[in-house]
Design a protein around this ligand. Structure first.
Ligand SMILES: Nc1nc2c(ncn2[C@@H]2O[C@H](COP(=O)(O)OP(=O)(O)OP(=O)(O)O)[C@@H](O)[C@H]2O)c(=O)[nH]1
Ligand SMILES: [Mg+2]
Length: 193
C-alpha cells in the first residue's frame, strides 16, 4: 500500500497549518479500508455504516463457506497429487465427517446469501459443520499449505467463530468486520484529528 502526503504549505487547497491530506493507494486486500475502519473505531464510531451491517454479515458468512469448500477440494487434490507426502491432508470417511462435508458441499454460491431464504436449522447446521471441519487435522494440514493456493488474512479467527457467525440471530460485530475482507470500490474520505 502507498500513501501520498500533501502538506498545508505545498497543497493548492487551503488547509490550515498542521493539516495534511493523505491519499491511500493500494491493490485489493492491502488494508486501505481497514485503516478507515480503525480510525472510526478509535473515534468511538461503528466501524461501518450501520446500514451496511446485514450486507457485511453475509459477506463474512460467504467467505467462510467458500474458504471451507476450497479447503475440502484442495485436501483431496493435494492427496491425489502426492499420496505419500500429503497423506495427512485426506479427510477421514467417518459418518460424522461425511455428513458435515456434504452439508458444506451441498450449498452452492447462488443458494446462499442475503437475498435467499435460509432456514434457521440449515444455518445452524452449517455453523456446526464449519466448526467441526475446521478442527479436523486433515483440514489444518491443508490450511497450513494454503500459501500455495489461497491467502485470506484472519480467516482462522473467523473459523473459530463459525458457530456464532452462522447463528440465525448473528449480526456482524466490529471485530469481525475489521478482520474480514469486504471489498470496496471508489474513493472514501475521512477526517481524523
Ligand atoms: N492481520 C492483519 N490483517 C489486516 C491488516 N490490514 C488489513 N488486514 C486484513 O486484510 C484484509 C483486506 O483488508 P481491506 O482493508 O479490506 O483491504 P482493501 O485495501 O480495502 O481492499 P479492497 O477494498 O479490495 O481494495 C481484511 O481481512 C483485513 O482484516 C493488518 O494490519 N493486519
Ligand atoms: Mg476496501
Amino acid at each position: 500500500m502507498g500513501c501520498c502526503v500533501s502538506s498545508a504549505s505545498k497543497t493548492e487547497k487551503k488547509l490550515k497549518e498542521g493539516e495534511y491530506e493523505l491519499l491511500l493507494l493500494g491493490i485489493s486486500g492491502s488494508g486501505k479500508s481497514t485503516i478507515f475502519k480503525t480510525l472510526r473505531q478509535i473515534e468511538g464510531e461503528e466501524v461501518i455504516d450501520p446500514r451496511m451491517v446485514v450486507q457485511a454479515t453475509w459477506v463474512i458468512r460467504k467467505a467462510l463457506l467458500e474458504f471451507m469448500t476450497r479447503l475440502i477440494i484442495k485436501s483431496q487434490s493435494l492427496y491425489e497429487q502426492d499420496k505419500e507426502k500429503n497423506a495427512n491432508c485426506l479427510l477421514d470417511t467417518t459418518t460424522e465427517t461425511n455428513a458435515h462435508r456434504q452439508c458444506v458441499m451441498n450449498i452452492s454460491e447462488s443458494s446462499f446469501g442475503e437475498n435467499v431464504e435460509q432456514s434457521e436449522e440449515d444455518l445452524t447446521a452449517l455453523g456446526n459443520a464449519l466448526a467441526y471441519l475446521w478442527k479436523l487435522s486433515s483440514i489444518q494440514e491443508t490450511f497450513a499449505k494454503r500459501v500455495q493456493f489461497e491467502n485470506e488474512p484472519n480467516i482462522e479467527y473467523l473459523f473459530e467463530r463459525a458457530t456464532d457467525i452462522m447463528h440465525p440471530k448473528y449480526f456482524a460485530i466490529n471485530e469481525d468486520i475489521l478482520k474480514s475482507r469486504i471489498r470496496t470500490t471508489g474513493t472514501k474520505k475521512k477526517k481524523a484529528v
